[in-house]
Design a protein around this ligand. Structure first.
Ligand SMILES: Cc1cc2nc3c(=O)[nH]c(=O)nc-3n(C[C@H](O)[C@H](O)[C@H](O)COP(=O)(O)OP(=O)(O)OC[C@H]3O[C@@H](n4cnc5c(N)ncnc54)[C@H](O)[C@@H]3O)c2cc1C
Length: 375
């Protein structure tokens, strides 16, 4: 019998657990540990912030779902991993202590490094978790005039909610009849669409932003925030009445002392999703060291690759599946300017871009699909 521990109940951890439950015989033990028993469908948090859905529509109970797949669930904080003793120590949860494993799948996501931007915690909103999205929703309720600044700090790796927030805010202000009283500016350390692919993607985004009268300020690397201004490393400042900013991302802390990460704390893995330099350990999702944005569809694909290879390893075979690093994203503009982008990030070829109302619908349908298939 093999004991498999999966750390993290997000896209990567949940899909890995389901995939292993299907691929491994009943004699093996699968346990998922996560700090919360709620799974949150993060791509819907912009909709949540703009009142287009309720919290219950975008989060689900993990324990019940996992049990129905014969996966044990433990709600606890992962504090420490000891690869020599093959143990994971948990704290602050329903169990505190050591959990032994034969194989480990690490899927603890990324960390928000807000401490790197002085003033961020006090003066900026973000919407990268449920509480912050609901707090931002309150600020949006009271915003009817002035300047809204929306953007990413250097080393944030998630362009989609930035564009979607700008489009949603523009539509909301139009509905309220006050769009002409507000200025919406996206700030970014790079050029428009930089993380979304290439010039083809940038062109589609530029047109969509122009349709909504949304400005784009490029080469604007914010490194501190004061009560009314966001300031760059070279001293440029932009004043705001409403600020939604994604902080820098870093790898998850629980792996930081294991000698398996790059400088930003992301875990080095090979195409089989095995951790480089450690036996019996796989890593998937936002926590791994791959280029480009950090996206849920990548975590799902990596989870399936890791699960297939772990089933093979337990059976004494070589890896059977390899990950290909592709980006597929939908930026939901709420209507005909919604954009679908696809790019193979390990091959130097132009991205493919499609545009139309269909992609807005497809993104919402995907959320319902997730709910139906996984919960
Ligand atoms: C607003 C928003 C919009 C997005 N839009 C899109 C989109 O349109 N398309 C797309 O593909 N992706 C999108 N993403 C990105 C996507 O959600 C992530 O890439 C995905 O969630 C990564 O999955 P993961 O399993 O690696 O990490 P996560 O989903 O972050 O899961 C990590 C899990 O580990 C738990 N955890 C972390 N540390 C510990 C610890 N020490 N102990 C115990 N548990 C711990 C967390 O609570 C969480 O359950 C969006 C994200 C956000 C926030």
């Amino acid at each position: 019998m093999a004991r498999v521990l999966i750390l993290g109940g997000g896209f990567g951890g949940v899909v890995a657990a389901e995939s292993l439950a299907k691929g491994l015989g009943n004699e093996h033990q699968i346990t998922l540990i996560s700090r919360s028993r709620r799974f949150v469908f993060y791509p819907a948090l912009v909709q949540l912030a703009f009142g287009k859905c309720e919290l219950d529509d975008v989060s689900f109970d993990l324990r019940e779902t996992m049990l129905s797949r014969r996966v044990s669930f433990i709600e606890a904080e992962v504090a420490r991993i000891d690869p020599d003793a093959r143990t994971v120590t948990t704290a602050h949860g329903e169990t505190e202590g050591k959990h032994f494993y034969d194989y480990l799948i690490y899927a603890l996501g990324r960390r928000l490094a807000t401490e790197r931007i002085p003033g961020f915690y006090e003066h900026a909103h973000h919407l990268l978790d449920v509480d912050k999205a609901l707090k931002f929703a309150k600020a949006v309720e009271n915003f009817n005039e002035g300047r809204a600044v929306i953007g990413q700090c250097p080393e944030a790796r998630l362009p989609v909610p930035v564009y979607e927030t700008a489009f949603a805010l523009s539509r909301l202000l139009e509905e309220r009849g006050v769009r002409d009283r507000a200025r919406i500016t996206i700030v970014d350390p790079d050029q428009v669409g930089f993380q979304c692919g290439d010039a083809v993607a940038a062109g589609a985004l530029t047109n969509a932003l122009a349709t909504h009268g949304i400005e784009f300020l490029s080469d604007f690397p914010i490194d501190r925030v004061t009560p009314g201004a966001a300031i760059t490393s070279n001293g440029q400042a932009i004043n705001f009445n409403l600020l939604m900013l994604l902080p820098p991302f870093r790898g998850s802390s629980a792996a930081s002392y294991l000698g398996i990460t790059n400088q930003e704390g992301y875990i080095n893995v090979n195409a089989a999703m095995r951790v480089v330099g450690l036996e019996r350990m796989y890593a998937i999702g936002d926590c791994v060291n791959f280029s480009g944005p950090k996206m849920g569809h990548m975590a799902v694909r990596q989870a399936n690759v890791a699960a297939a290879n772990l089933v093979a390893e337990i059976g004494g075979h070589e890896p059977v599946s390899s990950y290909i690093h592709e980006m597929k994203l939908v930026i939901d503009e709420g209507g005909a300017d919604s954009i679908y982008l696809h790019k193979d990030l390990w091959v130097d070829e132009p991205s493919s871009v499609r545009q139309g109302r269909f992609w807005s619908w497809a993104k919402r349908a995907q959320e319902k699909y997730w709910e139906a298939v996984h919960f």
